[in-house]
Design a protein. Structure first.
Length: 220
């Protein structure tokens, strides 16, 4: 199945962090699942969406996901040599999953807990320091491009830092509804003054799906 984007290119990384981009599929009303939280989510996007996801993964040096995304995607795997990070409290995470066992040396946890049974950790007390995480990825692990694949609360936390450079979104021709159903990004709302602006770089239609690429508009 041909992807919507055959290849993607990004500007050079900054000295203190990677180039950071998010990729998600949503319904027309912005929801990121068709069932309940932590249930399988692979039915939301088409085969074209899945193929496009692989293109974006191959363009990255590292991928970051939340524990809920890991639980909702049984058998989740990533291309070889891709560094993998999961944000987790340690509860409900299967350390025997392929995410960890395919290449254990490339799997990391980001956490505020002190009892995670995994050797590679980015551990913080109280709250995760995302700027520090990104600095370590860039300077210690040589990561130039970081892909984030949800879920909603992780996306919101990272977007709130103002350090995300690009957003990729597959708009699936479906409607879910629900006041409490997670969307592309959750978290606390930004003030009017802090609302972020993005420029549309690409809009590709494949069947009834739209594949969108946005880049952050930064002002001095």
């Amino acid at each position: 199945m041909n992807p919507a984007f055959s290849q993607v290119e990004f500007p050079p990384a900054l000295p203190d962090r990677p180039w950071i981009y998010i990729n998600m599929v949503t319904t027309i009303d912005g929801k990121i699942l068709t069932g309940e939280r932590d249930e399988k989510v692979m039915d939301l996007g088409s085969k074209v969406d899945h193929a496009t996801m692989r293109v974006l993964e191959r363009a990255a040096d590292a991928v970051l996901i939340g524990a809920g995304t890991l639980r909702a995607t049984p058998g989740l795997w990533y291309p070889a040599s891709l560094k993998k990070l999961v944000l987790t409290s340690g509860r409900g995470v299967d350390f025997g999953a392929r995410f960890f066992t395919d290449d254990p040396d490339l799997a990391y946890v980001v956490t505020t807990a002190d009892d995670i049974p995994w050797p590679n950790q980015f551990r913080y007390g109280g709250a995760v320091d995302w700027a520090q995480v990104f600095l370590r990825l860039r300077t210690e692990l040589g990561v130039e491009r970081l892909l984030i694949e949800g879920g909603s609360e992780l996306n919101g936390a990272v977007l709130a830092t103002g350090l995300v450079d690009e957003l990729f979104m597959t708009l699936a021709p479906k409607v879910k509804l629900g006041r409490d159903v997670p969307t592309y990004a959750g978290g606390e709302p930004l003030s009017r003054e802090d609302v972020q602006n993005y420029q549309l770089l690409a809009c590709v239609q494949v069947g009834d799906e739209l594949f969108l690429r946005y880049r952050r508009v930064r002002t001095a």
